[in-house]
Ligand binder design. Structure first.
Ligand code: ZN
Length: 317
């Protein structure tokens, strides 16, 4: 049993490894001077880091995916050969790393299945010096799917891809998500999702802006009609937690509107959660100095101090 599991696992790594060579060859078409920075080969999963100044476009990623799948359908033989380093260099084998190779090297060639000319350098899809294990034919990879692209370090990009049965598994997972989205959006087919989503988002935006203008009107009315206490320092002392209208509305907007409504005055707005805003629009006065004198937290702004301080509730008990 162990033997079977191991061989299945080994096969899934072989698929990912041969696909890595195909990916490397495809990337070289786009970035002729690119090199591998790091590579991980796992069960039907590959992660390939390579040198490139920019990320690939969606079109380029699609082309790579398409080309590699075509190589898979074309059933190209994967040939492993030992040869002299000189012979390998003549064949343009790209070494993965800048390490020193021995005189005899192992070369993995993925041959082009439509050999037009035996002597042409184009009779292979990929040629690399490599010591790893590979499938014998590209058809054994089954399928290739790029799942992500990211920038991992300066000048280094990463492509993660699946091979073999993982591609189908990913397809079903994605399809499952799409079906759930369809149900939630009440549409009957995938191609209706985007239209419906755009409609919903537009409606949401309109609702938000209506909601905001209603809220603003409520705030302005409550501030203008409110009977707020005052003392020697403040023209208005507004505890919004104790105002039936204001307590449910957004503190940020209340502060904003107060600045417009209460001109030439010094006011304090606070709630029972200790948030306060000390606003001053009088000349020869400073929000910073007032809050400092009251032993409240203060900032450098002369017109407004916004903070959270439990002392604010003690001050206006
Ligand atoms: Zn390899």
């Amino acid at each position: 049993m162990k033997l079977i599991v191991d061989s299945v696992q080994r096969f899934s790594k072989m698929r990912a490894h041969t696909a890595t060579h195909l990916l490397h060859a495809e990337l070289t078409k786009i970035f002729p001077n690119t090199k591998q920075a790091w590579s991980l080969v796992d069960d039907d999963l590959l992660r390939f880091d390579f040198y490139a100044e920019r990320l690939l476009t969606i079109e380029e990623l699609q082309t790579i995916e398409e080309n590699i799948n075509v190589f898979i359908y074309q059933s190209s033989p994967v040939v492993c050969q030992e040869m002299s380093l000189q012979k390998a260099q003549e064949l343009w084998a790209k070494a993965f790393f800048d390490e020193k190779y021995w005189e005899t090297v192992r070369v993995i060639q993925i041959l082009s299945s439509n050999l037009l000319n035996e002597n042409s350098k184009k009779n292979f899809i990929s040629i690399e010096l490599c010591g790893g294990t590979h499938v014998q034919n590209t058809k054994d990879i089954w399928a290739f799917l790029i799942v992500s692209q990211e920038a991992v370090a300066s000048g280094i990009k990463r492509i993660t891809a699946y091979t073999g049965p993982k591609v189908m598994k990913r397809y079903w997972e994605t399809k499952n998500i799409l079906q759930q989205v369809e149900e939630k959006l009440w549409v009957k087919a995938e191609n209706q999702i985007l239209d419906k989503l755009e409609k919903e988002l537009k409606e949401k935006e309109e609702m938000n802006s209506k909601f905001e203008s209603i809220n603003t009107k409520l705030i302005v009315d409550a501030l203008k009609s409110g009977d707020f206490p005052s003392n020697d320092i403040f023209d208005k002392i507004i505890n919004i937690s104790e105002n039936n209208t204001l307590k449910d509305l957004e503190l940020k907007n209340i502060i904003f509107q107060s600045k417009w409504i209460f001109t030439d005055s010094t006011i304090i707005i606070f709630n029972n959660e200790w948030w306060f805003a000390l606003i001053n629009s009088k000349e020869n006065n400073s929000a910073k100095d007032i809050s400092q004198n009251l032993w409240l937290k203060w900032g450098w702004n002369e017109n407004i101090v916004q903070w959270k301080d439990p002392k604010v509730l003690e001050l206006f008990k």
